[in-house]
Design a protein around this ligand. Structure first.
Ligand code: HEC
Length: 152
């Protein structure tokens, strides 16, 4: 009987560990997410997913020496409905959103020499907001960073 209990316990631990690494929502396991968000993903989550996909495309181009501008509706970050509305209503969220928009805008004015750096700086503003309000997807967002060992 004791042996069975141990097996059940180990399975449970494994299950909990796999949950805590999920990258989809900020911190909530599916059951909790359903309370906030019964109708599927929030507008903000969809916007973020698009920004990630577009970001990875842009990264490939930047890495090969091109100067693409991301095609995304970044301003919608202020109006998109979020899974946890109280999070995006905070002054911290607004300040991080503002610095992200400025960094994205700075790419438009960056000189060819500074382009890789301006792209990298923009990605770091994604990460900065996430460190504060939504740590779950950081591992994923880090994939957008250029390899700095090759120089920026
Ligand atoms: C100002 C803060 C802020 C900035 C800047 C920001 N995010 Fe987010 N991100 C969030 C919040 C809050 C959520 C949770 C959205 C929700 O669940 O409603 C999120 C969710 C995500 C998700 C998970 C979406 C899903 O599938 O549930 C990804 C991926 C993501 N962001 C990528 C990015 C990328 C890439 C950038 C930069 C191009 C970025 N984020 C910039 C706050 C931010």
């Amino acid at each position: 009987m004791n042996g069975l209990k141990t097996v059940v316990y180990i399975c449970l631990l494994g299950f909990l560990a796999s949950c805590s690494q999920q990258e989809k929502s900020c911190d909530a396991p599916p059951a909790k997410k359903a309370i906030y968000n019964p109708n599927g993903d929030s507008e903000l989550a969809l916007l973020m997913r698009d920004m990630f996909d577009e970001g990875m495309r842009v990264k490939e181009e930047v890495a090969s020496g091109k100067r693409p501008l991301p095609k995304w509706d970044a301003d919608a970050i202020f109006s998109a409905h979020a899974t946890q509305p109280e999070k995006v209503a905070s002054p911290e969220f607004k300040a991080y959103a503002q610095s992200f928009l400025e960094a994205a805008k700075a790419m438009e004015d960056a000189s060819p020499e500074a382009y890789r750096q301006s792209y990298q700086g923009m990605v770091k503003t994604c990460v900065a907001c996430h460190q504060e309000v939504c740590p779950g997807p950081i591992v994923k967002i880090n994939k957008m960073l250029l390899d700095e060992s090759e120089g920026l």
